[in-house]
Design a protein around this ligand. Structure first.
Ligand code: BDR
Ligand code: CA
Length: 322
């Protein structure tokens, strides 16, 4: 097998972040060197605890979790506890993991890791930690291998305003700073593709029938999320945005897109909107690869195959019904 790719996962768990962590940690292609927490769906304290809870399920508490920025660069923090629940994990209120501690200093961890070795970053939350790290030491980002960010909306409505997606809307200054200063093309996974990734009641029922602790966990934490989607978006099931960023990082053939200059609106009525200059009006150098098509069925197969790889037989049946 090829060498595992080293990756830092920067996230704000969050129900779909937790699913993305499960996928990343079960993926043989990846070596998760650390998890950094940013404020977003929940304040960082809850985000850190939720990362530990996810690690505990996989008996992977050796992976370090670092707390990062408590607030966006300029705006007040607005969390998404209406979407993810007060505790960030669908109001399951799992017990705190005893004997495992989060560490401080996500921004320094990102910088120190990049200083030592080539590593990629998959960002599943607002880009505040990354913006701070670039601001503090831009040079080390020469060692960044790849950067995938779940965020933005190209030709689809937002989820925080008619035009803005949550991660970039929470910290538009941080997001735009990263787009303008990273020095690498950002692989942007917008709502255009993630909205096509739906855990349907069929799939959830199949997962329940796997009789597997990870399956039970997924069914539990998504219940609140499913209710929210019905109330808010009229969708039966739930959109799981963040795991697509992980799956795409591993297998680029899952999404296709185009190279473009992107900037994030920082103030005013369109705050958080991603302006994607697909037609090159501004002739600015392209800072992004915007992914706007996805093979959602293939994604779902991969997700289930990876997370439940031990359940061959039931998984084969499950794949027939999705
Ligand atoms: C993004 O916002 C968060 O609520 C999700 O975790 C995801 O990262 C989708 O807009
Ligand atoms: Ca997230």
């Amino acid at each position: 097998m090829e060498k595992r790719r080293k990756v830092i996962i920067d996230c704000d768990p969050g129900i779909d972040d937790s699913l993305a962590l499960l996928l990343a940690l079960k993926s043989e292609e990846l070596e998760v060197v650390g998890i950094t927490i940013v404020c977003g769906n929940v304040p960082i304290k809850e985000g850190g605890e939720n990362a530990l809870k996810t690690l505990e399920i996989l008996k992977a508490l050796h992976i370090p979790v670092y707390l990062g920025e408590e607030k966006p660069l300029k705006r007040q923090l607005v969390t998404a506890q209406d979407t993810h629940g007060e505790d960030g994990l669908g109001e399951c209120y799992f017990e705190k993991i005893e004997g495992a501690e989060v560490k401080e200093g996500a921004v320094d961890f990102i910088i120190d890791t990049l200083r030592k070795e080539k590593v990629s970053i998959i960002a599943l939350g607002p880009l505040t930690n990354i913006a701070k790290a670039i601001e503090k030491n831009k040079k080390v980002f020469e060692n960044l291998e790849e950067f995938v960010s779940m965020g933005g909306a190209f030709r689809i409505h937002g989820n925080c305003s008619p035009v803005a997606e949550f991660n970039y809307w929470v910290d538009p200054h941080g997001a735009d700073y990263v787009f303008q200063n990273l020095g690498h093309k950002i692989h942007m996974i917008p709502l255009d593709v993630t909205r096509k990734i739906v855990l349907t009641p069929n799939i959830l029922e199949g997962i329940r029938r796997l009789n597997n602790p990870i399956g039970e966990y997924i069914v539990k934490i998504t219940k609140f999320y499913v209710d929210f989607h019905w109330k808010q978006e009229g969708i039966i099931g739930c959109v799981i945005n963040d795991p697509l960023a992980v799956a795409y990082f591993i297998d680029k053939s899952l999404c296709t897109g185009f190279s473009s200059y992107v900037e994030v609106v920082k103030e005013g009525v369109a705050v958080g909107q991603t302006i994607v200059d697909k037609e090159d009006f501004w002739r600015k150098s392209h800072n992004s690869l915007v992914l706007n098509e996805v093979n959602s069925k293939e994604f779902m197969y991969r997700f289930l195959e990876t997370v439940f790889k031990e359940n061959h037989e039931t998984l084969r049946k499950l794949k027939e019904v999705i």
